[in-house]
Design a protein around this ligand. Structure first.
Ligand SMILES: Nc1ncnc2c1ncn2[C@@H]1O[C@H](COP(=O)(O)OP(=O)(O)OP(=O)(O)O)[C@@H](O)[C@H]1O
Ligand SMILES: [Mg+2]
Length: 279
């Protein structure tokens, strides 16, 4: 299992953010507006080994832990204006995408909440694969064409969350991530959805997550048990800005020392992001 700790040892100091890049000249295709009920639906193609516990074992303990995280995030939101939530971690392969998928599924269980899973690891997208989907377009195709964002957002059944995939991966996404276009796109998405869960790349090796962090309302940091160094967590919190981080999700805690399946069964819950004041 994993637990979400109250956020963290404070490391002092604010974030060290990169300088703003010069604005990119993207065609503005955002003024078209869209209705959620007009978005295309797709059905996730998932096998029994899917990482989405809401597919594999929706009434099991891991799904419950995601529901607990949902509860706590909704409680935080009662005090603070949070819609866009960045999921990041210090390094690669620590469970960011896993958390993003399951949190989106957990949040979408509450039918009243319109939840968007925004794939923002523009260099190495993985969520379409995890969902077993081959989608024709994504975020990166919306920037320079007259295609509105709505054409790249899909409602994913049976979970009911919405998904905006990357589309064509980019070797250098800095221009897009630092553009006014992206800022406006995110604002528009935040207007249209109750929650926008942003699956991001790792925070330390590349600057992308820091760019995304500047645009998100708050962040959750994933740490993987037995892998993530405590010093990397502190460094990440410092990079993101400690007031911006709601908490840490500790992933893949091997509690009972069982086989891989058991190990996997006991991952990724969440809990206890500390509340923060409205920005
Ligand atoms: N709790 C867990 N138990 C076992 N395996 C896990 C667990 N969480 C994630 N994994 C596995 O670890 C790998 C990385 O997970 P995931 O893709 O969610 O991490 P990530 O932080 O998004 O990686 P990246 O930095 O490459 O985007 C995947 O193969 C996934 O199946
Ligand atoms: Mg990932």
């Amino acid at each position: 299992m994993s637990r979400v700790f109250d956020a963290l040892q404070k490391t002092g100091g604010g974030g060290t953010l990169p300088p703003t890049a010069s604005p990119a000249e993207f065609v503005d295709a955002l003024d078209k507006g869209f209705r959620l009920d007009a978005l295309a639906s797709v059905h996730a193609q998932l096998g029994p080994e899917s990482r989405i516990v809401f597919h594999r074992d929706p009434s099991g303990p891991n799904a419950e832990r995601y529901r607990l995280l949902r509860l706590r995030l909704n409680a935080v939101r009662a005090e603070a204006e949070i819609k866009t939530l960045l999921i990041t971690s210090p390094g690669p392969q620590e469970g960011k995408s896993n958390l993003s998928l399951n949190l989106a599924a957990a949040m979408a269980e509450k039918k009243k909440q319109a939840v968007l899973l925004l794939e923002a690891d523009l260099r190495r997208p993985s969520l379409s694969r995890e969902l077993g989907l081959k989608l024709p377009s994504g975020l990166t195709q919306c920037t320079r064409s007259d295609v509105g964002l709505q054409s790249a957002i899909y409602k994913v059944e049976p979970f009911g969350f919405y998904f905006l995939p990357v589309g064509k991966a980019l070797a250098n996404p800095a221009e897009l991530l630092n553009s006014d276009w992206f800022s406006e796109a995110l604002a528009k998405l935040a207007d249209s959805f109750d929650w926008v869960i942003i699956d991001s790349p790792p925070a330390i090796p590349v600057v992308d997550a820091i760019s995304l962090n500047r645009r998100a309302d708050a962040s959750l940091v994933v740490a993987r048990a037995g892998r993530t160094q405590q010093s990397s967590i502190s460094d990440t919190i410092q990079l993101l800005g400690q007031d911006h981080v709601l908490g840490i999700v500790l992933n893949a805690v091997e509690k009972f020392g069982r086989d891989y399946h058991g190990y996997y069964e006991h991952h990724g819950d969440g809990t206890s992001p500390h509340s923060r004041k409205a920005k």
